[in-house]
Design a protein around this ligand. Sequence first.
Ligand code: AHM
Ligand code: MG
Length: 338
Amino acid sequence: MPEEIITIERHILEQERAYPEATGVFTSLLYDIALAAKIIARETSRAGLVQILGLAGKTNIQGEAQMKLDVFANQTIIRMNFYTGRLAVMASEEEPDIIPIPEGYPTGRYVLVFDPLDGSSNIDANASIGTIFGIYRRRTSAGPGTVEDCLQPGRALAAAGYIIYGSSTMMVYTTGNGVHGFTLDPSVGEFLLSYPNIRIPAEPKYYSTNQGNEKYWSEGVRRFTRWLQGMDEENPRKPLSGRYIGSLVADFHRNLLEGGIFYYPLDYKDPSNPKGKLRLLYEAGPLAFIAEHAGGYASDGQRSILDIVPDILHQRTALFIGNRDLVEMAERFIARYG
Ligand code: AHM
Ligand code: MG
């Protein structure tokens, strides 16, 4: 049999057929996110040229300076979604408050939360960056969506995904029915199914963390790291290789395909006020949902990320994510040593 070529559009439609009551709204919403991803990918692939073209005197038609890529990505996702009648409200890592649907436009059943361009500090070094998104069903019944519609635990997600702008652009998503990866063929402008039914490999390869912060970690996290390195004499294991890009989507994606754990633990620089860095709603929640549907697990060190109900939009959390047995081991070290 020849191999099938499956576009993301076809794939999303096929998934919808599994739900006879589906209206198609959700399908269109996912497809619009894929379209926004293509527009953002086009700009990120030209990021390195901005300076050169700028030096050559090429400002845009309005004579404006080039827009920052994260702002561009944020605006692209908003412009693709505010008018369609599919969403009740949006929330973005780039915006301090919820993004309401402007007056005069219809509202819908879904809520979109997103980090438009994560890891943007890596752009100048040409390292991979990504977009992360989650889709919830609204909790309020009608009218404009509210902050309450956004403050839902990861477990309530209807779908989650990310786009990685790397050596190629990929989109990975799940609606709770397997995790599927698509690679953008830029010549035809389509995402083609390249990784159906991703499962995190049972045998992990990597641990990924910013070890430069070790000074500010808790005892439990330090001991857990020694264990991953095979240096815990009481409990020896084969050491894992260290890999860290400092771009969450890229670090997560590699470990999803190869097996391993990514962690960004609490920082105890101020011991009376330990702090997480990553955001629950836009980063940790959607990736935790994907990890679980690929057979993995995500924790804040004590409990499943998916069970945490956010109190505020920009809530930060510690994150341990990857192979279930490794993440549970982190929980055990933290329970024992803090
Ligand atoms: P950002 O939202 O400001 O881009 O920060 C998030 C990024 C993640 O992509 C990455 O996992 C983390 O920050 C890296 O932090 P650090 O540079 O402290 O290791
Ligand atoms: Mg971010």
